[in-house]
Write a protein that binds this ligand. Structure first.
Ligand SMILES: Nc1ncnc2c1ncn2[C@@H]1O[C@H](COP(=O)(O)OP(=O)(O)OP(=O)(O)O)[C@@H](O)[C@H]1O
Length: 341
């Protein structure tokens, strides 16, 4: 379990008297065994946050508690010990270019004093888990980006940590390779119960593997919760922007303006079971209205489908009101699309 309590990180700038507050009073709890994602635009403070969890950056104030240990109160030796329990992977992989795959995993193990026979067993075990047993004697420059990240994951796992931190681990990879690495992270989480805290600027990463998400802006966590709740009911403009990035709606304003004169344009948000229900065709049967779909999409979250549909409803005001009320009763979130909105 990871807890950040009122964590603030200030970077003193070389320019006179100028300081950057990269983290402002951040409170965050990541439960044992979950995959927690932190999303935000560039400069939001994500890297600083994740680096505070293993004290690569020391907070200026506040507490970081990992598995019950307050990192700021540990001696250097104790901190080194605590870090063994926290693996980390990076966007740039951070492999030793002059060492082959085997040694990239074996050297850090050797440095922590693990006996040679145990090192061999661990390298083999974790290369097998990441699917690279046949690449033991290959050098990093002979590997693809996805394979390099797999080596980095095997290296992190070889220390048998409880926690894995991921700093934009898939940001340098193409979409297909990204998915294969995300599937690997899911497998690690499920098979070994490793808690994963990842930072990303991609919604795809959040929706594919995360249980909970926090949204960061200007060094603050502006929203957090279960992925499904944050996706279906974003509370801030920034979160709304992230969510709408997966549901691009390019209906020109002129068309919205013209249609709105003849009936409401509504956006329906479906979660879970209701994503499969033919809500609009039901409406046409039950009420004296016509509906016309303008845009729509369904995405698969980690364990449930989630969809958005934009439709134009025509009928008398009394009938359209009844129809919208019915949808809400069915558990569908309905909002009206405003002109210029
Ligand atoms: N070592 C440092 N010295 C001074 N300022 C820093 C340092 N590290 C980060 N910052 C500043 O802190 C703020 C947050 O940076 P951070 O890298 O944590 O954001 P981020 O959300 O990870 O962005 P990106 O995705 O672009 O890396 C930025 O204004 C950045 O310039």
């Amino acid at each position: 379990m990871i807890e950040l309590k009122n964590v603030t990180k200030k970077f003193e700038s070389k320019k006179k008297g100028h300081a950057i507050l990269a983290l402002k009073n951040v409170n965050l709890t990541v439960n044992q065994g979950e995959i927690f994602g932190v999303i935000g635009y560039s400069g939001a403070g994500k890297s600083t946050l994740v680096r505070c969890v293993n004290f690569l950056e020391k907070p200026s104030s506040g507490e970081v508690i990992v598995n019950g240990q307050t990192l700021g109160k540990l001696t250097n030796d104790q901190l080194r010990q605590a870090r063994q329990n926290i693996g980390m992977i990076f966007q740039g992989f951070n492999l030793l270019k002059t060492a082959n795959v085997y040694d990239n995993i074996a050297i850090p193990l050797k440095l922590t004093g693990i006996p040679a026979s145990e090192i061999k067993a661990r390298v083999e075990k974790y290369l097998n888990i990441v699917g690279l047993s046949d690449k033991k004697y290959v050098f990093p420059n002979q590997l693809s980006g996805g394979q390099k990240q797999r080596v980095a994951i095997a290296r992190a796992l070889s220390h048998e940590p409880d926690i894995l931190l991921s700093d934009e681990a898939t940001s340098a990879l193409d979409p297909e390779t990204t998915d294969s690495i995300l599937n690997l992270l899911l497998k690690i989480n499920r098979e070994f119960g490793i808690t994963i805290l990842l930072i990303t600027h991609e919604m795809h990463v959040i929706q594919k593997i995360c249980d909970r998400v926090a949204v960061m802006e200007n060094g603050e966590i502006i929203e957090q919760g279960n992925v499904i709740d944050v996706y279906s009911d974003p509370q801030t403009t920034t979160t709304e922007r992230f969510v709408s990035s997966i549901f691009p709606s390019d209906i020109p304003n002129e068309i919205i303006e013209e249609l709105a004169q003849r009936g409401p344009i509504i956006q329906l948000t479906f979660v879970g079971e209701s994503a499969d229900q033919p809500a609009l065709s039901m409406l046409a049967k039950k009420f004296d209205i016509h509906s016309n779909i303008l845009s729509g999409n369904i995405v698969q979250l980690k364990d449930r489908p989630f969809g958005k549909l934009t439709a134009h409803i025509q009928g008398t005001k009394a009938e359209t009101d009844k129809a919208l009320h019915y949808l809400i009763e069915q558990g569908v979130k309905v909002s009206e699309v405003k002109v210029n909105g």
